[in-house]
Design a protein around this ligand. Structure first.
Ligand SMILES: Cc1cc2nc3c(=O)[nH]c(=O)nc-3n(C[C@H](O)[C@H](O)[C@H](O)COP(=O)(O)O)c2cc1C
Length: 169
């Protein structure tokens, strides 16, 4: 699939089959995350892969949607702001880096026919507890991962002219 088609076809899946994700596909998805660019190449992130059914069920406390915690895999993208690059004006690029990592992962998953859904509306404290994250770790995004049991809806997006300015705002 070429990249333009991939961009068209990726969507947020909120229903998953019970079918397991093959290990080689999971590793390809993780490899895409590994190759993501990060500010100053700091690579201050960790991808936590949750396949254990007991742990997945515990993740219910972090985001209480059946389609989320019953997916065959849950992925937590975690950053370490203390180790990330900080611009001279104080802006920390942790969230940006982790978002790029997660997007690489999600797009690779889509190319392999796997569904995902960005999740930001989770209880970060619960995630830290369940996954036993170190104190300096900050969970930025979660996604379920698995074969989708739903299908894409038409994309609702603003027009290009509402989103792009040329040569100034
Ligand atoms: C940073 C971010 C956070 C999101 N958080 C959630 C979430 O907590 N729960 C949810 O169901 N969807 C979440 N979404 C999915 C968006 O609602 C979805 O991407 C958007 O509506 C566009 O739909 P599409 O992904 O199917 O193209 C999130 C998406 C992004 C990019």
């Amino acid at each position: 699939m070429d990249f333009s088609q991939l961009v068209q076809e990726r969507y947020s899946s909120r229903s998953y089959q019970t079918r397991e994700v093959e290990k080689d596909k999971l590793l390809r998805v993780l490899e895409a995350a590994r190759l993501a660019p990060t500010a100053a190449n700091r690579q201050a992130f960790r991808i936590v892969v949750i396949t254990d059914p007991v742990l997945r069920a515990e993740m219910k406390a972090a985001y209480h949607r059946e389609w989320f915690y019953s997916a065959p895999v849950i992925i937590a993208a975690v950053g370490f702001p203390d180790r990330n690059w900080v611009r001279a004006d104080g802006k920390n690029y942790n969230d940006v880096d982790v978002a790029i990592v997660m997007d690489h992962l999600i797009m690779q998953a889509a190319e392999l026919g796997l569904g995902t859904c960005w999740i930001a509306d989770f209880d970060a404290h619960a995630v830290s507890e369940i996954l036993d994250l170190p104190d300096d770790a900050q969970p930025v995004a979660l996604t379920p991962l698995g074969y989708p049991a739903d299908s894409a809806r038409p994309k609702k997006r603003r027009l290009l002219e509402d989103l792009v300015s040329w040569n100034g705002f």
